[in-house]
Design a protein around this ligand. Sequence first.
Ligand SMILES: Nc1ncnc2c1ncn2[C@@H]1O[C@H](COP(=O)(O)OP(=O)(O)OP(=O)(O)O)[C@@H](O)[C@H]1O
Ligand SMILES: [Mg+2]
Length: 399
Amino acid sequence: MTNNNKFKVVLAGRSERSLKTLAEALERTAGGVVCSIHLISDGQADSLSDLEPLPDVLVLRFDGESLSVLAALVDSSADSRPPLIVVGPAGDPEAMRLAVRSGARDFLPEPVQADDLVAAVERLRNEPARGTPGPRRADVIVVNGAAGGVGTSLVACNLALAFATESRAPTLLLDLDVAGAPLTGFLDVSAGLGLPAALAEVEYLDEQALPGYVAKHHSGLRVMGTPAKSLLSPGDVDPDRFAKLMAILSSNFRYIVVDASHSLDPVAVVALGMARRVVLVVQQSVLQLKQAARMMNALCNEIGVPSDRILVVVNRYQKRSTVALDDIRRALGHEQLTALPSHYKSVVASVDSGIPLLEYDHTSPVARGIIELQHEIVGGVHVEHRGLLRRALPIFSGD
Ligand SMILES: Nc1ncnc2c1ncn2[C@@H]1O[C@H](COP(=O)(O)OP(=O)(O)OP(=O)(O)O)[C@@H](O)[C@H]1O
Ligand SMILES: [Mg+2]
């Protein structure tokens, strides 16, 4: 086989010695692969954007000090670079977030075993040739609460159902609450193998195996959660494995709605790094508003979510509250809000019966507000809810 016919891999990074070790292992173990090394010196983060000739796979190894290389890749166009495998420090949420946002097809935490790198390269080699349309990546919508109990799960569950039924597109509801896992209960489905098993077996997951790990709601919505017998502490979930799982899920669904509860732990950060939209659920109290402002600040300034990707939902909205919608707008620096009224009777009956609100009472103002939220996410146009609230509950009139 001439070099022209071989599968070309460029290994890029700052340490020639580590790259050589990986290249030797690859050429020794994977047949028909030719490797070359691209050294990146400080301040040359963008040298990766014009690799000539373009390799079949780019393996980027970086350390804590060279995050800027990855950040530059995030900013470059994903269409103009080869499929990317990232090798980096384990358990570094910032590194993980950048890897996910750079569109990396695989993330291998250090120290990398040669077998893992070979397997990752082989997976990309076996994909359909470039130029043929690859699997579409899902739009990820992460729902976060400003605090516990604000209605995050209610919104996530019904928003996912709205995607499945209004868009009629393959939709997954992913429950990151591994310690409580309420969402299979909200939909009265059994979890199947669920999230912990999918994480444990992520290397073997593919389109054929996936249905065993997700529950199917009769609406068509798929749900991945944690079965009651496998509940975990949040710290037990490995963000690196979770990032791999998200990559697989996102090529199998059109929409993924993630219930991230009110946590910004490393696993939630991975999901947030992939999010096309983030829905922040708040309620009206002075304390909650402070928490919401802190959460907004962390989302935008620590995690790097652009503020125009964030939608704010005021759940259990009451006209006669010490905290008005304008206070929330000011505190969060966010003009457009979606207000969902408190509808205790239908919400509680829906949760108790395992029939999601969109099915239990499709015309309730909460259900209609969530459907409008889904339309807003798809269409990008905010819907003014005051008229809806007035019609639904006369108590809101005069707002
Ligand atoms: N709009 C609403 N109207 C009436 N009751 C509501 C509304 N939203 C939420 N609730 C009530 O609040 C409870 C908690 O909601 P949910 O489980 O969605 O909150 P959460 O933020 O996900 O909580 P956790 O922090 O425990 O995950 C629901 O069981 C329901 O009784
Ligand atoms: Mg919840």
